[in-house]
Design a protein around this ligand. Structure first.
Ligand SMILES: [Zn+2]
Length: 514
C-alpha cells in the first residue's frame, strides 16, 4: 500500500445546471462525501476546486483550469472526485486525462463511487474508459431532454422563434402567441389572390414592387441593394413570394423544428427532414382560409414553369399535346391581338420535325372545351351520385398528409415503446442504475404521451377538413356557371389537343361519376 502522507490532494467538485434536481449531486453532498473519504484515509487536502453551474461536456471551467495549473506547479499530485462524471462527461477528453495526462504527470486519481484509483491495479480501472463512454451517453440523454422540452413546447403550439413571421406580431401578453398584423396581412391576402389567378412568383413580385407595397425586409429596416426603387418600400423578390405562398403559418398552423443541432457538443445546425417538422394546428388566427391555401398549393407547380406573362388563361397548365404528350403553351400574338396554342416540343425542336404545330385560336378552343365540360357534367349530373362520391373522397392533399403524419407518429411511438423495453433490460443487466433508468423512462413516456396527444388532434382535424371541403365542393359543383380557375383545376386533370382537332378531356372524377 502507498503511504498516504505523500499525497497532496485536490478535491474536485462540479455541478451543472442540468444536474440541479439530483440531490446526491449537489455541491454540499459532494463535499461531505469527499471530506468523509479523506478523513477515513488520512489524506492531506491542499485545496478544493468547485465548478458550480458548469457542464461536463467540455473542460472550459474556471476551477478545473485552476486545478490543472496547480498540478503543473506541483502543488497537488492527487485528485479525488465523487465519480468520474464529475471530472467530465466527454469521454474523449476524460479518457485523455485519465489515460495520458494523469499518468504522465504522476497524478493519482480517485473516483470514489466508481471504485477507480489509478494507483491501484484493480479491475475497476480497466472499465474506466467504458464508464467514461457511459457518462458521455448520459450527457447525450440530457441534451436530448433539453431538445425534447423545446420540442414539446413546439408541439403544444407555442411560437418559440425570436423573429415574427410576416403578417403577424407577437401577442404583448404572451410572447409565444401570434396576433394578426393588419397592414401586413393585407399584403399576404393580395399575394394569395394574385397566385389564385395563376400568376407566377416572378409576376407577383413585380406587381407588388410596382404598387409600392412594403416588403417584409423594409419593415425590419434592412438596407437594400442598388436595385432598390424606393428605400421605403423595397423590391419584392421571387423567393419572398414563394415563402409566403407555401407557409402554413397563414392558415393558423405552426410548422417548427425545421433545423436541428447536429451534435450536442457543437452549435452548428442543419436543415431537418420535412417529415420531422413539428406541426401544431390552429394555434393562432388564420389570414388565409385552408381551401384557398390548398388551391394555391395545387396551382403553384402549374404556375411556376411559365415565363413571365401578363395574360391569364383559364386553361393554362392543363393543356397537353395529344400526339407527343408534351405541354401546350398559350401565347399572345400582338399582330393579330389573339392568343394561340403551340406544342412546346414542336416549338423547341421544330427543325427536327418531332411534332406538329397544334396551333389553335385559344379563345375558340377555351369555349369549346368549357362547353363540353358543362355538357358532360349536366348530362351526368346525378346529384345523389355526386354527393356520394364527394363524401367518400379524400379531396385534398391535406387529408392525405394528415393521414401520413398519423401513420408516422404511430411508427415513432412503437419504436419509443420498444426503447422503453430495452431500457428496462439495460437496467436489469446493470448497465443503467436506478436513477438513470428512471430519468430515461420519464423522458420516453413523456414523448410517447406527447405523440398520442398530437395524433388525437390530427384526427379531429381530419374530420373537420372532410366536412369543410365537401360542403364547399358540393356548392361550387352544383352551381357550375361561374368559370373560375380553382374549380376547373379540380374538375379537370388534363386536356389533350390533337393535330386533327380531336380533344380529350381527362376528368378528375372519370370513372366514378360518369
Ligand atoms: Zn406535340
Amino acid at each position: 500500500m502507498h503511504n498516504n502522507s505523500c499525497f497532496k490532494v485536490g478535491l474536485y467538485i462540479r455541478l451543472s445546471k442540468n444536474d440541479g434536481n439530483v440531490e446526491s449531486d449537489s455541491i454540499v453532498s459532494q463535499r461531505s462525501l469527499l471530506n468523509q473519504y479523506v478523513k477515513e484515509n488520512n489524506y492531506y487536502v491542499i485545496d478544493e476546486y468547485v465548478d458550480d453551474g458548469f457542464t461536463g461536456t467540455n473542460f472550459d471551467r474556471p476551477a478545473f483550469k485552476r486545478m490543472i495549473k496547480d498540478i503543473e506547479l506541483g502543488k497537488i499530485n492527487m485528485i479525488i472526485t465523487k465519480d468520474m462524471s464529475r471530472l467530465g462527461r466527454d469521454y474523449i477528453g476524460t479518457g485523455e486525462l485519465i489515460e495520458k495526462y494523469f499518468p504522465n504527470n504522476n497524478i493519482r486519481y480517485i473516483a470514489i463511487n466508481d471504485g477507480i484509483d489509478t494507483f491501484l491495479d484493480n479491475t475497476n480501472n480497466d472499465i474506466a474508459p467504458f464508464k467514461a463512454i457511459m457518462n458521455d451517453m448520459y450527457a447525450k440523454d440530457i441534451s436530448k431532454k433539453v431538445k425534447t422540452s423545446l420540442h414539446s413546447r413546439m408541439k403544444e403550439g407555442l411560437y418559440v422563434s425570436g423573429r415574427c413571421p410576416f403578417g403577424y406580431l407577437k401577442d404583448p401578453n404572451n410572447k409565444n402567441h401570434l396576433l394578426i398584423n393588419e397592414e401586413q396581412a393585407k399584403t399576404v391576402k393580395l399575394i394569395y389572390d394574385l397566385a389564385l389567378k395563376g400568376n407566377t412568383y416572378h409576376y407577383i413580385a413585380g406587381e407588388l414592387t410596382k404598387r409600392k407595397i412594403k416588403t417584409p425586409a423594409s419593415y425590419y429596416n434592412y438596407v437594400w441593394n442598388s436595385k432598390c426603387i424606393s428605400k421605403e418600400f423595397g423590391v419584392w423578390v421571387d423567393t419572398t413570394i414563394k415563402t409566403i405562398l407555401t407557409n402554413r403559418i397563414y392558415v393558423g398552423d405552426l410548422v417548427q423544428g425545421k433545423t436541428k443541432k447536429i451534435n450536442y457538443k457543437l452549435k452548428k445546425t442543419i436543415k431537418n427532414n420535412p417529415k420531422d417538422y413539428i406541426i401544431a394546428l390552429n394555434t393562432h388566427e388564420a389570414i388565409i382560409d385552408r381551401n384557398t391555401f390548398n388551391y394555391v398549393q395545387d396551382l403553384l407547380p402549374k404556375n411556376v414553369k411559365r415565363p413571365e406573362k401578363k395574360r391569364f388563361y383559364l386553361l393554362d397548365g392543363l393543356l397537353y399535346c395529344g400526339d407527343c404528350k408534351h405541354r401546350i403553351t398559350i401565347r399572345y400574338q400582338n399582330k393579330t391581338g389573339r392568343s394561340y396554342t403551340t406544342c412546346d416540343y414542336y416549338r423547341t425542336y421544330s427543325k427536327y420535325h418531332v411534332c406538329t404545330t397544334h396551333t389553335n385560336n385559344y379563345e375558340i378552343l377555351e369555349n369549346v372545351i368549357l362547353d363540353n365540360i358543362r355538357k358532360v357534367y349536366k348530362k351526368n349530373l346525378d346529384q345523389n351520385k355526386i354527393k356520394n362520391y364527394i363524401e367518400n373522397l379524400n379531396f385534398t392533399d391535406n387529408c392525405l398528409k394528415i393521414k401520413k403524419q398519423i401513420e408516422s407518429l404511430r411508427i415513432t411511438n412503437n419504436k419509443l415503446i420498444e426503447n422503453l423495453d430495452k431500457t428496462y433490460m439495460d437496467k436489469l443487466k446493470g448497465l443503467l442504475d436506478e436513477s438513470q433508468y428512471l430519468r430515461i423512462r420519464k423522458n420516453l413516456k413523456k414523448e410517447i404521451d406527447d405523440n398520442k396527444l398530437i395524433i388525437a388532434n390530427l384526427k379531429k382535424e381530419q374530420l373537420n377538413l372532410n366536412k369543410i371541403d365537401n360542403k364547399n365542393y358540393i356548392n361550387e359543383f352544383l352551381s357550375f356557371d361561374s368559370q373560375n380557375r380553382k374549380l376547373i383545376i379540380n374538375l379537370v386533370e388534363k386536356i389533350y389537343i390533337y393535330q386533327n382537332k380531336r380533344i380529350d378531356i381527362i376528368f378528375n372524377f372519370k370513372n366514378k361519376i360518369l
